[in-house]
Ligand binder design. Structure first.
Ligand code: IMP
Ligand code: MG
Length: 183
């Protein structure tokens, strides 16, 4: 697996420090709130599990799984809900936990959907942000690191469902994509 990595962008130690800082900020901001952390599967599971342990107030967690429709419909930002939340979010201060904010289409759709359910508040916490790629007006309330317009893997992020288990974040070698395209 390591042979497929061209360059390490963020080490395990760096990620740990960034997550710790985000956790401290969220702890401060949500002291008197009813925090519900909502992890978007599957990319955010590694981030979620570290972030929740760096938060020092009572909170609840839940998960959602979504998938974008085929390329034609994707541009409209429509997503399909594969797994919905287990609860009614009225009265909760929802914090969406996402791995990476790219075009912003997925979260834009999700925010509208969750707002309609009348939570007390909704905010977005993303570990990575690719602002250059944004197609809709959406800004994260909390963000870990800005990344260049490169495809990154590791710490939950995948290429073709693999590399999520890398403890650091890196860039794949181009031949990995090319090999897959030939198959
Ligand atoms: P958006 O709707 O374009 O913002 O899609 C964001 C989703 O695309 C993320 O939750 C990831 O699953 C995926 N994604 C975007 N960029 C990358 C990347 O560089 N590596 C891995 N997954 C990515
Ligand atoms: Mg993904």
């Amino acid at each position: 697996m390591m042979n497929d990595i061209e360059e390490v962008l963020f080490s395990e130690e760096k990620l740990k420090a960034v997550v710790k800082q985000l956790g401290a900020q969220i702890t401060e901001d949500y002291k008197d709130r009813r925090l519900l952390m909502v992890s978007i599967l599957k990319g955010s599971v590694v981030f979620m599990s570290d972030l929740m342990r760096s938060i020092d107030i009572k909170c609840e967690i839940d998960f959602m799984a979504v998938s974008s429709y085929g390329s034609g419909v994707k541009s409209s930002g429509t997503v399909r809900i594969l797994k919905d939340l287990d609860r009614d979010i009225r009265g909760y201060d929802v914090l969406i936990v996402e791995d990476i904010l790219d075009s912003g289409m997925t979260l834009n759709y999700l925010m509208d959907l969750l707002y309609a359910r009348n939570p007390n508040s909704i905010r977005i916490c993303t570990l990575f942000d690719k602002p250059e790629r944004r197609k809709v007006d959406i800004y994260p309330d909390y963000k870990g690191l800005e990344v260049p317009d490169k495809f990154i893997v590791g710490y939950g992020l995948d290429y073709d469902e693999k590399y999520r288990n890398l403890p650091f974040v890196g860039v794949l070698k181009p031949e990995v994509y090319m090999k897959n395209n030939k198959e």
